[in-house]
Design a protein around this ligand. Structure first.
Ligand SMILES: [Zn+2]
Length: 142
């Protein structure tokens, strides 16, 4: 698979941003056919996608039939791993060989984890906004 990074293509920029967070992906190998894959968090809260050399489960890949940012990021990651002289980084989480049922279960667990994280981030952002508003009031009163 040839992968092209185009500075005018927003998908390329998003793929590079995803690649920068590759250490958070969960990797595995599907037991039924030996397919290596990664479970990648989606940009929409609570979404996770399974991406491999064969494709991706995201709407961009499935509805629009394009090579999505996940596939580009995954391809770049595999190039990075195979680069001569490079020390392959141990993935943060590796499922090893897993059945389709184990994969589905893991994706649900990751989705739940991301929902909790997204809720915490939203809570923190709301708290900061409240704090800023309060500080703003204090400054006005002084
Ligand atoms: Zn995708």
């Amino acid at each position: 698979m040839t992968v092209t990074i185009d500075s005018t293509d927003p998908r390329s920029a998003k793929a590079l941003a995803l690649l920068a967070r590759a250490h958070t992906w969960t990797h595995g190998t599907r037991k039924s056919d030996g397919l290596s894959f990664a479970i990648v968090p989606g940009s929409t809260p609570g979404t996770t996608y399974m991406v491999s050399e064969l494709g991706c489960t995201c709407p961009d890949a499935n509805r629009r039939g394009v090579r999505c940012k996940h596939q580009v990021a995954y391809r770049l990651w595999t190039i990075q791993q195979n680069a001569a002289g490079s020390q392959p980084a141990a993935p943060a989480d590796d499922l090893g060989l897993c059945t389709d049922a184990e994969l589905a279960e893991t994706m649900l667990q990751i989705k739940a984890k991301h929902l909790v994280r997204d809720a915490e981030l939203a809570e923190r952002a709301a708290y900061k906004a409240r704090l800023r508003a309060e500080l703003g009031l204090v400054e006005e009163a002084a």
